[in-house]
Design a protein around this ligand. Structure first.
Ligand code: ADP
Length: 270
């Protein structure tokens, strides 16, 4: 429980002299604790779908003579395995983003292209819920970074907006230049987020209760990925939300190339 960690090494040099080495290991302890918690969380999150798959496949074997029941079990197996596959690929993505390797040189990325790509990717999910995704604001903006990662970040925000909104609502993507930054906001008319949850939703595996009970099939990693991508780009992500009214997530990204190559660095902290 002691937040301060100190490692002391004593070497007796002779009758009158000792060599005392004191090392502050507080940060190392913190990292080790975060890592232990993370491994425990991952194990727990993986056990749930794996356990479900085991039970469902046993049930499926029992139900071979009843095609209707067998079909239901097969659908649930599909659902659980899709969830498992998503969890694994998001864990890989997150660990890549947290890797110690420096990122390649940032390149100019057209915001229009990025948004069009995200609109394309989210079309099926939006249409299924009769949700209209609009884009307004400035066109022709440029940000600096890695197109693939930036598209992933924005797509995660739009996917969440769709997942946590009722049918027949609208989502608005708004792009504008603001000083040295480009602001891309995703506003929904969804369930909203309670004030006590807004700081924590960017943590890995944290999910607000309401959303969990809705069983959206999410992993709790999407926003942690968005936060890492934003900060790896020297930007940030913010949220403002009201329960029952809706949420707005805003990405702020650099609109100019970074001063030195080192300005875009992969984070090593966990
Ligand atoms: P998940 O896979 O659960 O969606 P995320 O990391 O993407 O994980 O989001 C974490 C939690 O934040 C969600 O479980 C949900 O409670 C909340 N959340 C994220 N986006 C929204 C949104 N647009 N509206 C309401 N709640 C949201």
């Amino acid at each position: 429980r002691n937040p301060l960690g100190v490692r002391v090494r004593v070497t007796v040099l002779d009758d009158e002299h000792v060599h005392l080495e004191v090392e502050d290991v507080t940060e190392a302890h913190r990292v080790a604790r975060v890592r232990r918690d993370f491994v425990a969380n991952v194990s727990h999150e993986l056990k749930t779908p794996v356990g479900a798959l085991q039970l469902l496949s046993e049930a499926l074997l029992e139900a071979v003579d009843d095609p209707e029941t067998a079909r239901r079990f097969t659908e649930r197996i599909q659902h659980e395995s899709a969830r498992l596959a998503r969890l694994v690929s998001e864990l890989i993505e997150l660990s890549r983003l947290q890797g110690a390797e420096p990122l390649p040189e940032p390149e100019p990325v057209g915001v229009d292209r990025m948004i069009n790509e995200v609109l394309d990717r989210s079309r099926t999910a939006a249409v299924a819920k009769e949700i209209v995704v609009r884009w307004e604001g400035e066109h022709g903006l440029t940000v600096y970074g890695h197109e693939g990662q930036l598209v992933t970040a924005l797509a995660n925000l739009v996917e969440n907006a769709i997942a946590y909104s009722p049918e027949k609502t609208s989502i608005t993507i708004h792009s504008e230049k603001s000083g040295k930054r480009v602001k891309i906001a995703v506003a929904d008319e969804g369930i909203g987020i309670a004030a006590e949850d807004t700081d924590r939703i960017f943590e890995r595996f944290y999910r607000a209760d309401q959303a969990r009970s809705r069983a959206t099939g999410g992993t709790g990693l999407g926003l942690a990925i968005v936060k890492h991508i934003a900060s790896n780009h020297g930007g940030r992500v913010e949220v403002s939300s009201e329960v029952g009214v809706g949420s707005t997530f805003t990405l702020r990204l650099p609109s100019r190339p970074p001063a030195g190559a080192s300005a875009l660095k992969s984070q090593t902290r966990m």
